[in-house]
Design a protein around this ligand. Structure first.
Ligand code: SF4
Ligand code: MG
Length: 274
């Protein structure tokens, strides 16, 4: 049976603000599908966002949602998870929001292994503020603040999360829409910090400056450069050049932080130290 999206959406907030062909609707849809297919209790989900085009998504979602300040979504979400550990807390963020101003929150949430699922709508650019380069803009790409091409080297966000001690990191794209749903489902069922790098097209500010003139060109670029992680692991470095892995890049078990913290509270109570 086809999924009815209406119960998950605040239809009174439509039309949405996204440009025609923007990938953010596809990623938002993937989150809804993942929640629906897992049969999660919508009363037990909180969705938190920062600032940017991606971060408008929770405004359209019929859950308990919080639209916060730039780069601070993970900090707000951490507070929610610590106060209400029984909730499934999802963070919707962008590459600028998560990796620039919010980069510190990202690495420490990964290090703590706090039970948040972060979905980064990664379009290599600051979309909402008209196309400035972000820490994800590839070298040589053009942006409003890189008219001669980007000089800085970008992050690999999954590697950053893994390097910070993250226990779950995965990547997918809007071209691989079904795969994206599956990856988000895995992230949502991981007990601990889970991070999904969801590559999404911004035709308005990234595509038109970078010879990817249509949303379809951008999605075809994802198709042509993505490599399943199982293949990626066997590829020699020279073949990896210009490509990126998709799928679950890391998944290991480790104690989840809000549970560890609750355990400490219990111990202190038993000792009568209150
Ligand atoms: Fe999407 Fe880019 Fe338009 Fe923002 S500016 S809504 S990211 S296409
Ligand atoms: Mg962006």
């Amino acid at each position: 049976m086809a999924l009815s999206f209406e119960k998950y959406l605040r239809t009174q907030k439509m039309p949405h603000i996204w440009c025609p062909g923007c990938g953010h609707g596809i990623v938002t849809q993937a989150i809804i599908r993942a929640i629906d297919e897992l049969g999660l209790n919508t009363e037990k989900i909180a969705i938190v966002s920062g600032i940017g085009c991606s971060s408008r998504a929770p405004g359209y979602l019929n859950f308990d949602t919080l639209h916060t300040t730039h780069g601070r979504a993970i900090a707000f979400a951490t507070g929610i998870k610590m106060a209400r550990p029984e909730l499934k807390v999802i963070v919707i963020t962008g590459d600028g929001d998560a990796a620039a101003i919010g980069g510190n929150h990202l690495i420490h949430a990964a290090r703590r292994n706090i039970g948040l699922t972060v979905v980064c709508f990664d379009n290599n650019i600051y979309g909402m503020t008209s196309g400035q380069y972000s820490p994800l803009t590839p070298v040589g790409s053009f942006a409003s603040t890189a008219p001669y091409g980007m000089l800085e080297r970008p992050f690999d966000l999954c590697e950053l999360v893994v390097g910070a001690g993250g226990t779950f990191a995965a990547r997918s794209t809007t071209y691989h829409a079904r795969h994206l749903v599956n990856v988000i489902k895995e992230a949502l069922t991981h007990n601990g910090f889970s991070f999904v790098d969801a590559l999404s097209q911004c035709p308005t500010y990234y595509g038109r400056r970078n010879k990817l003139r249509t949303p379809l060109d951008m999605m075809n670029w994802f198709r042509d450069h993505a490599v399943p992680v199982s293949t990626w692991e066997k590829m020699p470095p020279e073949e990896r050049e210009g490509k990126f892995p998709i799928g679950v890049i890391k998944k290991v078990d480790a104690p989840e932080f809000s549970e560890v913290y609750s355990g400490l509270i219990e111990k202190v109570r038993e000792r009568g130290d209150e």
